[in-house]
Design a protein around this ligand. Structure first.
Ligand code: ZN
Length: 209
């Protein structure tokens, strides 16, 4: 059985021919290379495309260091725990206030959402770096979905926080606006969930065995 590796995400396909589309990252058939035992051909290609070294400035040195830290210590999977862990909790807090009427939980939800929004630049920066470094910034469907999910996350977070500051009783007092507010919070949960699911697919592949 011949083996084919996706040069975008590293997915390995077994068969006489590479798949039409990578099941993990949606890369085209042309992005697959046959694994022949030694990976030298792939490495050579990567070496050729890298740019000649320019004189490093202070900014580029810092940037390179940050970029190395991000991939060495897997800072993206670490930072994504902020939205992935705290957003579901914040929404449970909002639901507790709506259905059981404890206003303190709603305040906790607000602080949680502010904390997540403040962390988003780090989540997006580390994610962007990994995308450039590991996947050469290839814009496949999977990455388009991840970028869209990040945009929806930031917009939904900002809307929820600003709305709550302008109208402090939006969750505590029943109104039709309250349901819109809760719908936006569910949209936020979905966006965070989709981005996390896609990340899991990239890291662990879509193995079915
Ligand atoms: Zn792939």
């Amino acid at each position: 059985m011949r083996k084919w590796e996706c040069t975008v995400c590293g997915y390995v396909h077994e068969g006489d021919e590479p798949p039409d589309e990578c099941p993990v990252c949606s890369a085209d058939k042309s992005m697959f290379v046959e694994i022949t035992g030694d990976k030298s051909t792939v490495e050579q290609e990567t070496a050729e495309t890298s740019l000649p070294a320019a004189k490093p400035t202070m900014a580029t040195v810092l940037y390179t260091k940050a970029s190395e830290l991000i991939s060495t210590y897997h800072l993206h999977p670490i930072t994504v725990h902020t939205p992935n862990g705290i957003v579901p909790m914040a929404i449970i807090f909002l639901a507790i206030t709506v259905f059981f009427g404890f206003p303190l939980f709603e305040t906790a939800a607000l602080y949680s959402l502010v904390f997540v929004l403040l962390n988003m630049p780090l989540v997006i920066f580390t994610g962007y770096e990994m995308w450039q470094k590991r996947y050469q910034g290839t814009l496949t469907t999977l990455f388009k979905i991840k970028i869209a999910a990040a945009i929806v996350t930031v917009l939904a977070l900002s809307t929820l926080i600003i709305w709550r500051l302008v109208q402090p009783d939006i969750v505590t007092v029943p109104s039709s606006g309250r349901w819109v507010y809760l719908a936006i919070s569910l949209l936020l949960l979905m966006a965070v969930g989709v981005a996390g699911h896609m990340g899991g697919k990239l890291v662990f592949g879509s193995r079915k065995n």
